[in-house]
Design a protein around this ligand. Structure first.
Ligand SMILES: Nc1ccn([C@@H]2O[C@H](COP(=O)(O)OP(=O)(O)OP(=O)(O)O)[C@@H](O)[C@H]2O)c(=O)n1
Ligand SMILES: O=C(CO)[C@H](O)[C@H](O)COP(=O)(O)O
Length: 436
């Protein structure tokens, strides 16, 4: 993945770089692009997201929670994962004093609605305790508090529900995963002292849930040494409240972004999720529909499901709300106005707030009033305007052929290019007219 390059990663992580350049990145407050799972709880649930660390282990200047993944800081993805859950009432994000403005900016730019930022402490435990204190007894009484590292962006509603309900019942609950490696103890001279029986142990992950009473009592009673060196909230609940946490096996996606490579891995997971489906707009012509049909099979085989519609009018407008990737098929003379119209519709539908949209203009014509260089210039010009709307515009020129074999080859090249563009969202190819 190209983001392994240090300079590129530094550039992507620069919080001063505008993550989204346009003013068109809007989304109705409180709404999200995820389907609710239909779960509900009959007690208040609040969340504390510790985000006050410096991310030393990444080796980057920017704390990892503010590093940008596809133009959006990691913390915004984590916040969104909680905000989209209807039964979660409020999210307290704990950030270092010097990053308060940055966090306020993230909240405003990405229209987060349930979030409040409070100052962090010198260790993770101190930050979490600040977050719990910020919830306050009034908000917290009879409530469950979910604690989740801000740098674990992939958490789903189903697990949050299991953690919240188990915490309500048992006082504390936490997610676990099987150990990948065996845990060993070493002597001070660097020799093996003993090893633990791997099958008996689990890795403790996040999220964790507590009744407000348990988590606040645990922090009130714990020692300075716990605050300074402790790594486990469930341990504090056991030691200071006698509460044995219920443990729940979570999915592998719970991992914590710790090293620089984890940022690239997280971006890759986000890209995968965004490339699962796309909408092909054929313009209503028979040859456009034939190409779309062939593409649907070929692109489907590469992992992206295509929905084919003649236009985005009436019922078909649902694609505007549903999809993040669009393939516009033009047959005959180039009409940049068709692309402009699609960009305007996407902007009006407010679909580019949280992720950049991909639009691929597939142009199929031999004879055209525009020369190849004229078409390439048109794609480049349109792409600059699209970028301001957080839309990545790419062009593909398809040369039709009456020879069945050549036609099939061209279609499979369009399918491959389409898949790569949707999957990789390469900034370097934005505005290019690729040949199929
Ligand atoms: N004083 C601190 C230290 C950590 N955290 C948060 O705790 C979570 C998990 O900690 P970790 O992965 O260790 O983050 P860092 O401490 O930032 O990383 P490092 O140890 O590499 O510096 C992160 O969301 C981090 O921001 C916090 O809120 N306050
Ligand atoms: O897994 C966890 C709790 O059980 C924490 O995420 C973990 O302890 C954080 O530790 P560190 O700050 O050292 O990465």
């Amino acid at each position: 993945m190209e983001v392994n390059d240090t300079d590129v990663r530094r550039e992507r992580c620069d919080p001063d770089r505008p993550a989204h350049p346009g003013v068109f990145l809007t989304r109705e407050a409180g709404k999200s692009d995820h389907q609710p799972a239909g779960l509900s709880v009959d007690f208040p649930v609040s969340v504390v997201l510790p985000a006050g660390g410096t991310g030393e282990r990444t080796g980057l200047r920017t704390p990892k929670q503010f590093c940008s993944l596809l133009g959006r800081p990691l913390i915004s993805y984590t916040v969104q994962a909680f905000e989209r859950v209807s039964w979660i009432q409020s999210v307290v994000v704990v950030v270092a004093e010097e990053n308060m403005d940055l966090m306020t900016d993230v909240v405003q730019r990405f229209r987060h609605t349930k979030v409040r930022a409070v100052p962090g402490g010198s260790t993770r435990h101190r930050s979490i305790w600040n977050g719990v204190l910020a919830l306050g007894e009034g908000e917290g009484e009879g409530a469950v508090v979910i604690v989740h590292d801000a740098v674990r962006p992939f958490v789903d509603e189903d697990l949050l529900y299991k953690i919240a309900t188990a915490a309500k019942e048992h006082g504390a609950a936490g997610a676990i995963r099987p150990l990948v490696s065996t845990v060993i103890a070493t002597t001070s001279e660097g020799y093996l002292d003993h090893s633990l029986e791997r099958a008996k142990y689990r890795a403790s992950e996040m999220p964790q849930g507590f009744t407000y009473d348990v988590i606040s009592r645990a922090y009130q009673r714990c020692s300075e040494s716990d605050f300074e060196f402790g790594t486990e909230c469930l341990h504090l609940a056991l030691q200071y409240c006698g509460t044995n946490a219920k443990l729940i096996q979570g999915p592998p996606t719970l991992w914590k972004v710790t090293y620089k490579r984890d940022l690239a891995a997280a971006e890759s997971i986000i890209k995968d999720a965004l490339s699962r489906s796309a909408c092909v707009i054929t313009g209503g012509s028979a040859s456009g529909a034939a190409l779309a049909g062939a593409l649907r099979e070929a692109v489907g085989a590469l992992g992206t499901e295509l929905e084919v519609v003649p236009d985005l009018r009436g019922e078909n407008a649902r694609c505007l709300a549903k999809e993040g990737n669009f393939i516009l098929v033009s047959v005959g003379p180039s009409r940049p106005s068709e692309v402009e119209a699609l960009l305007t519709e996407l902007e009006a539908a407010n679909r580019a707030l949280l992720h950049p949209l991909v639009v691929i203009w597939v142009h199929m014509s031999d004879s055209d009033e525009l020369s190849v260089s004229g078409r390439a210039a048109a794609v480049m010009d349109l792409s600059s305007a699209a970028k301001l709307r957080n839309i990545l515009l790419y062009g593909i020129q398809l040369h039709p052929s009456k020879d069945a074999e050549r036609w099939e080859r061209s279609v499979s090249r369009v399918a491959e290019l389409t898949s790569v563009l949707i999957r990789d969202r390469s900034p370097a190819l934005v505005g290019q007219l690729l040949q199929a």
